[in-house]
Write a protein that binds this ligand. Structure first.
Ligand code: UD1
Ligand code: CA
Length: 456
């Protein structure tokens, strides 16, 4: 039977104390709601519908591109009311899977089991036993263990409150009966809301069996209501990602100090990652890549045997095999380094190609440049790529040697095997194989003395 995933995401999230709707807060760089949306995709839901409300404009602005049916809940009168908004989209012969937009860590296997429990006269309900059930709806069973209904905490008797098995809110049932029960929901309860949970009692009254299943770990069903919980779930999420990487053969010096906010699509063997590394976007790491402490990589392709030393930041760049980057290096977007390139401390590279074996080891800015093979760029070299209006390119051909503290005023070309004397300001193309320098002649003044301090 086809699955319709219905994600409830209209709630306000007051306790986040945020201008952002709760479901747009992120875990692992991805909005809470998108985590749930991806889960729906993973369990092969034929359609995903999202009930949204609070922060409607922002939510659509950020996530409107998802291929989901967006259903606005203008007034928020409870979880049952939220599902009612979608009622005319629910076919009789579909399995409806209810998910919460603020419960991001639910696993595919858990939902698959739940769906399996929802067919014919059976409603699948995900429950969990908590040491502290405060705030949750309690699962009320009879003496034989059969589920009878769910009672919300605010409506529960003292005896019912003592029950530690709670409703996670996640459930699955066929569309036909669900729509029937939705029509029968009433709001004569402590909160004056239409509770989706009342569907359980209605199902039992019709002879339905409530088939409960449970997540492998409690974290799966935890929701985000405040920043504390957001941080806790972030850690839980990151420890999953770290475990997955270690499973794939990565050495993580400390999995508790590692953050992945994206995907490592390609991963070589024997990658080593030191502490406090943040990987974002699409990352590809070759064999034997070593990443030092406090490194940030975003949308980067790192070749085999590359070493990235401490405190380097690489974004939108390609680093060829055997290269060594950092410490304290910054590679900006559209930088492509070929093999065995060395980029050292306090060097910034932007929108530049550097060919095999070239070195830019100290304190330089290389922007809008093409650097050939086996070039040595001396300390403090600057490509002056910007005239205040336009950007211009610098070309340095193979084998050139650029003396320290050189300014290359673009557009300019340094010929093959040319040598530039230290301290030069190069404004015109320089010939191959020659020494070119522009430097005031050094002179020493005869008879010069240091001034002496005047006495008053
Ligand atoms: C709900 C359950 C409770 C369960 C708990 C688990 C009901 C009546 N109670 O309680 O049994 O233990 O979840 O966390 O269902 N939402 C809307 N529109 C609304 C109201 C809520 O979209 O009008 C969404 C929220 O954004 C959220 C989800 O539904 O994603 C749950 O709402 P919430 O207010 O957190 O439900 P609880 O009262 O905590
Ligand atoms: Ca809640």
């Amino acid at each position: 039977m086809d699955v319709l995933a219905l994600i409830l995401a209209a709630g306000q999230g007051t306790r986040m104390r945020s201008a952002l709707p709760k479901v747009l807060h992120r875990i692992g760089g991805v909005c809470l709601l998108e985590h749930v949306y991806r889960l729906a995709g993973a369990v092969q839901a034929g359609e995903t519908a999202i009930v949204y409300g609070h922060g409607a404009e922002q939510t659509l602005g950020e996530l409107g591109h998802l291929s989901a049916t967006w259903i606005e809940q203008k007034e928020r009168k409870g979880t049952g009311h939220a599902v009612m908004q979608a009622a005319d989209r629910i076919r009789d012969d579909v399995k409806v899977l209810i998910l919460y937009g603020d419960v991001p860590l639910l696993k595919q296997e858990t939902v698959e089991t739940l769906l399996h429990h929802a067919s014919g006269p059976s409603l699948g309900l995900l429950t969990v036993v908590l040491d502290n059930p405060t705030g949750y709806g309690r699962i009320i069973r009879d003496d034989t263990g059969k589920v009878l209904r769910i009672v919300e905490e605010k409506d529960a008797s003292a005896e019912e409150r003592a029950v530690r098995e709670v409703n996670t809110g996640i459930l699955a049932v066929e569309g036909g009966p669900l729509k029937r029960w939705l029509k029968a929901l009433r709001n004569d309860n402590a909160q004056g809301e239409y509770y989706l949970t009342d569907v359980v009692g209605l199902a039992v009254a019709e002879g339905y069996f409530i088939d409960t299943s449970h997540p492998a770990r409690e974290e799966e069903v935890l929701g985000v209501n405040n920043r504390q919980q957001l941080a806790e779930l972030e850690r839980a999420y990151q420890s999953r990602r770290a475990a997955d990487l270690m499973e794939r053969g990565v050495t993580l010096r400390d999995p508790a100090r590692f953050d992945l906010r994206g995907e490592i699509a390609a991963l070589g063997r024997d990658v080593e990652i030191d502490v406090n590394v943040v990987l974002e976007g699409n990352i590809s790491l070759g064999d034997n890549v070593r990443i030092g402490p406090h490194v940030c990589l975003k949308d980067a392709v790192i070749g085999n045997d590359v070493e990235i030393l401490a405190h380097s930041v690489i974004e939108g760049a390609v680093v060829g095999a055997g290269s060594r980057i950092g410490p304290f290096a910054r590679l900006r977007p559209d930088s492509v380094l070929a093999e065995a390139v060395h980029v050292g401390n306090f060097v910034e590279i932007k929108k530049s190609d550097i060919a095999t074996g070239s070195k830019v080891n100290h304190l330089s800015y290389i922007g809008d440049a093409s650097i050939g093979a086996q070039v040595n760029v001396g300390a403090g070299t600057i490509t002056c790529n910007y005239d205040g209006v336009n950007k211009h390119r610098t070309v340095i051909e193979d084998g050139a040697f650029i003396g320290s503290d050189t300014q290359l005023v673009a557009p300019v070309r340094v010929g093959r095997n040319a040598t530039i004397g230290a301290g030069s300001t190069i404004t015109k193309d320089t010939p191959e194989e020659r020494l070119t320098l522009s430097r005031a002649k050094q002179l020493s003044i005869e008879g010069w003395k240091r001034p002496e301090k005047t006495r008053k």
